[in-house]
Design a protein around this ligand. Structure first.
Ligand code: ADP
Ligand code: MG
Length: 681
């Protein structure tokens, strides 16, 4: 970087703050937008309070020192239609640069000044008939910037990089470029920064976005092909009707969506290569039953099944649920979570090693060294969005080409499915079990807390149960725990005196968590005051009220997950969001929650308000490292790139051809990046 003209150590440090470490980064430090400075406004027609361009002659330049010690440079300017002024603050060197009679371009905000108008701190560039202007008179890039680095400076550095760096390899084979009408890399980089017009910019963006998506899809499709070429590790003994008996014993009928999902999975399990499937279904759509059916088929076939959950509480709950459902069918279920001590783990570890058919349910603890499966057939990962791709492959490596089912309640738009999870087959649970009435959501100010808790009291008296979620403190788990403990104490000694209140948080031992979940489920606790440890998966149908304190601190997806803990039984469920939002966006988010219970709409809104990187927890690198392509809106381009990638791989599955050498290297880099990126999420 420092070898570029105008970039010394100081600027290199500033650029690093923008995530720009290499010339490549710099060239892909894309403008947030372009300002249209092509059409100068005649001075007589300047409008106030907006930004405009003008071409003017400098009439006079004065430097004024204000009483406050500021240096003001003020120029009188004119064109054929009228006169105006331009002022700059604390840029005394300008007075030396601007000469009387000189023709310059101005761009900036115009304000009223006395009886005339003036440009306030406009960008100024001399009109030089021999040189192309970069800051005026054209579409001018506006970059994500950082303090100490002006737009002008950034433009100059990037322009130099464009001029001097011939070293960026063209990755797209010519045949692909021709087939898809894509311009060359060099041209595209110029035009994405300094386009002549809108069409040039669009062509550049399309080319660069296509390249990103194409490389990503090649990687994803190659991974997928590699997996499909792998013979499956587990060869299950023929089915003997266990899944059928399980389904018949359920207290409800499966939804059509669940039935379809189970069919697809059972077909996969009999297929020639390992299953690699994503089960997507909104909160409460009944994914656990589908997982249980898959695990049963695996056990019946003579193998071990593992279910991994992101939190200890959820793992414990799954353990209890599966144990309850599967024990009557003669299938053993073992727990394995971080909070268990060595003595408690020993029987599970021993069982895992022996290779006896059955199911183990746990957390990340399943990934530890000491967990050595003798016969892992199927690995299920619940709430996949809480894990990374890395954990998925680590669990897979616990077996010999086992089947993998990942489940998520985060409704991911199709574009993201293809980019982030493009190596997976996808099953959608697109319907909720019948008879659910949507949760009614209320937004209340803090001043209404007494009324809210009086209502909770009433409902408890009528036999209902409630969750109360304490305010989010992201910085520190121990503070968060304290906040839950204090809230529980406050409620138990005040508005909920006499009600059976208990607290639930991450610092309890596994046994304590299990006891309290069981007590809550059994109705021995009325109100569970909790941290976000209850966010995912918890399923207690009699709980019909959820109160969330300081709800505006939570993201939409999180609120949706939390709210999904209620509305699982027959009783009408209510969710009360307590908040005094200070920003317009805060109000909007609460309004979205009030207005809809549709997870897909909430996710769309969340993506819109916070951006995909933030939502998926990969904010440092953007989604899947995409810088140009937009993972939400570029679906058509993505599909085109995916088709092109499929076609190329059909001809050259290993990307060995001479004309794709650069491309193959780019795909390898991208796959590495993807693995690293996944560990961030
Ligand atoms: P999620 O998809 O959020 O993981 P769960 O698997 O926890 O959902 O299921 C939510 C609740 O719905 C559970 O209490 C479960 O027993 C119940 N359930 C699942 N399938 C059905 C069904 N077909 N009919 C009625 N209730 C169901
Ligand atoms: Mg679940």
């Amino acid at each position: 970087m420092q070898y570029l003209r105008g970039v010394g150590p100081g600027r290199a440090a500033l650029l690093a703050r923008l995530g720009v470490e290499t010339v490549g980064d710099l060239l892909l430090h894309l403008p947030r937008r372009h300002e249209d400075r092509r059409h100068p406004t005649p001075l007589a027609r300047l409008a106030v309070d907006c930004e405009q361009a003008a071409i003017v002659r400098i009439e006079d330049v004065r430097t004024i020192r204000t009483r406050r010690g500021m240096v003001l440079v003020r120029a009188g300017v004119a064109d054929a239609t009228g006169v105006a002024h331009a002022v700059w603050f604390n840029q005394p060197y300008l007075s030396g640069r601007l000469r009387r009679g000189q023709l310059v371009s101005l761009y900036g905000r115009v304000e009223r000044a006395g009886r005339g108008v003036q440009f306030v701190a406009p960008e100024v560039e001399p009109l030089d008939p021999d040189a192309e202007p970069w800051n005026v008179g054209r579409l001018v890039p506006v970059y994500p910037a950082t303090e100490g680095l002006t737009q002008r400076a950034l433009r100059a550095i990037i322009r130099d990089a464009l001029e001097t760096s011939s070293g960026i390899p063209e990755v797209l084979p010519e045949a692909v470029r021709e087939a898809h009408g894509l311009i060359g890399l060099r041209e595209a980089l110029w035009a994405v920064h300094f386009p002549d017009d809108e069409a040039a910019y669009a062509a550049a963006r399309r080319r660069l976005g296509f390249e990103e998506l194409f490389v990503l899809q090649l990687g994803v499709l190659q991974q997928r092909a590699a997996l499909e070429a792998t013979p499956r590790g587990a060869r299950y003994a023929p089915a003997g009707g266990l899944v059928g008996r399980f389904v018949a014993a359920l207290p409800f009928a499966l939804t059509d969506a669940q039935r379809r999902a189970i069919d697809e999975i059972l077909t996969d399990l009999d297929g020639p290569s390992p299953m690699n499937r994503l089960l997507q279904g909104d909160v409460g759509s009944g994914k656990t039953v589908v997982a249980a059916a898959a695990l049963l088929r695996c056990v019946e076939g003579g193998y071990q099944g593992a279910l991994m959950a992101p939190t200890e509480i959820l793992a414990v709950q799954h353990f209890l649920t599966l144990h309850r459902m599967l024990a009557p069918l003669g299938v053993t279920v073992h727990p394995l979570v971080g909070g268990m001590d060595a003595a408690a783990r020993a029987p599970t570890l021993e069982w895992v090693r022996r290779g006896e058919p059955g199911v183990v349910v746990g957390t990340h603890a399943l990934l530890e060294e000491g967990v050595a499966f003798e016969r892992l057939g199927l690995a299920v990962i619940d709430e996949q969005h809480r894990f990374g791709v890395v954990q998925r492959s680590r669990l897979r490596e616990k077996g010999r080409a086992p089947d993998v089912l990942v489940m998520t309640a985060t409704p991911i738009p199709r574009t993201l499915v293809l980019t982030v999870y493009g190596d997976l087959d996808v099953t959608l649970l697109d319907a909720l079990p019948p008879g659910r009435t949507p949760v009614v959501t209320h937004v209340r100010p803090k001043a209404a807390r007494p009324a809210v808790y009086a209502y909770v009291r009433e409902q408890v008296a009528a036999g209902r149960q409630a969750f109360v979620v304490c305010p989010l403190i992201e910085e520190s788990e121990s503070l968060q725990v304290r906040s839950a403990v204090e809230l529980a104490r406050e409620l138990a000694s005040g508005p909920l005196a006499g009600v059976r209140v208990e607290v639930m948080h991450g610092r309890l031992t596994a046994a304590q968590k299990a006891d309290r979940m069981e007590a809550f489920r059994a109705g021995r606790i009325d109100v569970l005051v909790a941290t976000t440890v209850i966010e995912v998966g918890i399923d207690v149908p009699n709980a019909s009220i959820m109160v969330i304190e300081d709800a505006d601190r939570y993201g939409l997806a999180q609120l949706h997950q939390l709210r999904g803990r209620v509305g699982r039984g027959a009783a009408k469920a209510h969710c009360v969001l307590i908040a005094d939002p200070v920003t317009e966006e805060g109000r909007r988010r609460l309004e979205v929650m009030r207005a809809t219970t549709d997870g897909f709409r909430i996710a769309q809104e969340d993506l819109r308000l916070r951006g995909p990187g933030e939502v998926l927890g990969v904010r440092q690198h953007g989604v899947a490292g995409l810088r140009v392509a937009d993972p939400i809106t570029d679906l058509p381009l993505l599909e085109e790139a995916r088709r092109a990638a499929t076609a190329l791989l059909r001809e050259d599955p290993e990307l060995r051809g001479g004309q794709v050498r650069e491309l193959a290297a780019a795909v390898r880099r991208r796959l590495q990046g993807r693995a690293e990126l996944a560990s961030v999420g």
